[in-house]
Every structure is written in structure tokens, then in C-alpha cells.
Design a protein around this ligand. Structure first.
Ligand SMILES: [Zn+2]
Ligand SMILES: [Zn+2]
Length: 175
């Protein structure tokens, strides 16, 4: 959703409030994608603070299904983001600012609500989500979720040399 901020620039102190529907069903990243299971429209408030600068206040409230970092079961994770940003719409941003690409959600005087929300969600994503602090994870042999009971695998760590010897032993047995 694009919001033209040009009319706002006519007068310092002018405020524009609106709600923007988040038109994403899931949150995609390079290596993974999380379904969005609940969301509220993003609440936006733009204020002309003078010198072609606009202050952006945004409230984002969504719920994502994120896999548990140990057992991979999905965990409903609510993200409530309140953010305050300042953008310069004069068009002459420094090369430094351009290099940082901090403002990829601004194109001319258009504000891209979806791109903005994406960036805010990305920086606010929890590093690691756990279904519970006592999650037992999955068996690294058979992949069973150990929260549902043990699998009976022998998980004693083998000395690499021992493992090699055991392999040789096994291959003899197969002959
Ligand atoms: Zn878990
Ligand atoms: Zn197992």
C-alpha cells in the first residue's frame, strides 16, 4: 500500500492518521518463512515536523507461527511493535544515507506501508523462540520430538575413532 505524503508537506505541523491493512499472509526471509496467523491493521501517524521532514509513528500488531528453536513445533508468537521514525522527503539525502538504504520504504514522497512493516517486523523478530523453557528438543538420531516421549535411541556420544572402528566392525558383520 502506497501513501502519498506530498500533501502533508504543505504545512508544518500537519498530521495525517490512517490505518493500513497488512497485505501479507506470511513473513518471508532468505532462509525461512513464517505464516502470519493473526494481524491487526497497522496504525500510522505522519507529522510534518518542518524542513521537509516527516515523523512516522507506527503500531504493528501481528502474530506469527515460528518454529521452536529446539523441537521445530510451531509457536504462536505475538509481535507488538511501536516505532517512531523520521524521514527527510526533500530529495537531497546524503550518499551515506542512501548507502545505508535505511529508507527503502520511501520512493519520492510515497510511503510504502508494506515495505515499512516488513523492515520493522524483521528487526523486531526474536532471535530464538522456544515452545517452553524446558523443551527437550528432537533426537539427533531419529528426529523424534522428545517432548512426546523418549525414542530409545542410544544417544551416548561416541569418540570419533571409536565410531570409525564400529563402522568397520559393522561392515564385516554385513558380509
Ligand atoms: Zn520446542
Ligand atoms: Zn531417537
Amino acid at each position: 500500500m502506497l501513501i502519498d505524503l506530498h500533501p502533508l508537506l504543505s504545512q508544518t505541523g500537519k498530521v495525517k492518521r490512517l490505518e493500513a491493512e497488512l497485505n501479507m499472509e506470511s513473513f518471508h526471509m532468505k532462509s525461512s518463512s513464517y505464516p502470519i496467523v493473526a494481524k491487526k491493521p497497522m496504525i500510522l501517524e505522519f507529522t510534518n515536523i518542518g524542513d521537509s521532514k516527516v515523523e512516522i509513528k507506527a503500531d504493528i500488531d501481528i502474530e506469527l507461527d515460528i518454529p521452536c528453536g529446539r523441537c521445530l513445533e510451531s509457536v504462536r508468537t505475538q509481535l507488538k511493535i511501536e516505532t517512531l521514525r523520521e524521514v527527510n522527503l526533500s530529495g537531497d539525502i546524503s550518499e551515506e544515507e542512501a548507502a545505508l538504504d535505511e529508507m527503502d520504504f520511501i520512493e519520492g514522497t510515497d510511503f510504502d506501508a508494506t515495505k515499512f512493516a516488513y523492515g520493522e517486523i524483521l528487526v523486531n523478530l526474536p532471535m530464538k523462540v522456544l515452545c517452553s523453557d524446558s523443551c527437550k528438543g528432537i533426537c539427533n538420531r531419529c528426529g523424534k520430538n522428545l517432548n512426546h516421549g523418549s525414542c530409545g535411541c542410544d544417544t551416548t556420544e561416541l569418540d570419533p575413532r571409536m565410531a570409525k572402528a564400529l563402522e568397520v566392525f559393522k561392515s564385516f558383520k554385513e558380509v
